[in-house]
Design a protein around this ligand. Structure first.
Ligand code: SF4
Length: 255
């Protein structure tokens, strides 16, 4: 299993397919993973590796580490398009997430006012008022919805809590009244316990279109796997198929 953990709170900058030159913020431990999902495709690996030993960084540590890095980048005349919360798990699980967002926005405004702040989240905590308020403050509130079919979400995203269902996630995303970007990773393969999983079928795409209609997001990002995944049977969806699905979704939402 070739997956990658980020071994620092601030990582990069990396060139992101979707976001440009991106400096990452990892709010989880540097030597483990903590997430409310356990996606078959997670680049950080499965949750079974454990949450690590270093603990999560405090709000003060995150602000200090980010300020140090941004100051060095600004002094060196480097470019920065976006500061992205991602890393070794779900950033909104951090108990000081809302305060950290405020710090990051303040530091962004000071050092790189033109850079965007993005959060990549699985939306499982986004129904909490403090988390939702913080997500509304960032430029790109990017929330995951891989399937609107309960069995597929359970097989692909493997939520830790049994109560997490597409219906609830769709309601949470809808509550942002368009102030969100939905990201959907398309793939197919066989789960570790031998079940077929495929979120590219006609029925899956139709269910997603219904969900997108309900959510009315600012944008929808449809993409596929690009790097090694913990579940080795997962397929990268070919470009032409991905384009067909994108056109189908666009035509359905903008007839
Ligand atoms: S939600 Fe993100 S961090 Fe969590 S398991 Fe899925 S891909 Fe990994």
């Amino acid at each position: 299993m070739q997956t990658v953990l980020f071994h620092s709170t601030i990582f990069g900058p990396v060139k992101s397919r979707r976001l440009g030159v991106s400096l990452g913020i990892n709010l989880m431990a540097n030597d483990g993973k903590l997430c409310s999902f356990d996606c078959l495709y997670c680049e950080a690996g499965y949750n079974a590796q454990g949450p690590g030993t270093t603990g999560v960084p405090s709000r003060r540590q995150v602000a200090h580490r980010l300020e140090t890095r941004l100051r060095a980048m600004a002094d060196a005349g480097e470019q920065l398009d976006v500061i992205t919360f991602s890393g070794n798990g779900e950033p909104t699980l951090h108990p000081e997430f809302a305060g950290i967002v405020d710090d990051v926005l303040r530091l962004r405004n000071h050092f790189f006012p033109q850079a965007k702040v993005s959060v990549l989240s699985n939306a499982t905590m986004a129904h909490r008022p403090a988390v939702a308020r913080a997500l509304r403050k960032v430029d790109n509130n990017i929330l995951k919805l891989d399937s609107a079919v309960p069995a597929t979400m359970r097989a692909l995203n493997r939520p830790a809590a049994t109560g997490v269902q597409p219906e609830g996630i769709i309601a949470t995303l809808s509550a942002f009244t368009g102030q969100c970007i939905v990201q959907t990773l398309l793939t197919r393969g066989t789960t570790p316990d031998g079940k077929r999983v495929d979120n590219t079928t006609d029925a899956e795409i139709e269910a997603l279109i219904d969900a997108y209609r309900q959510i009315r997001p600012r944008d929808i990002q449809l993409y596929t796997i690009d790097r090694p995944t913990p579940c080795a049977t997962l397929e990268k969806i070919p470009d032409d198929e991905l384009d067909r699905i994108r056109h189908r979704v666009a035509a359905a939402l903008n007839p």
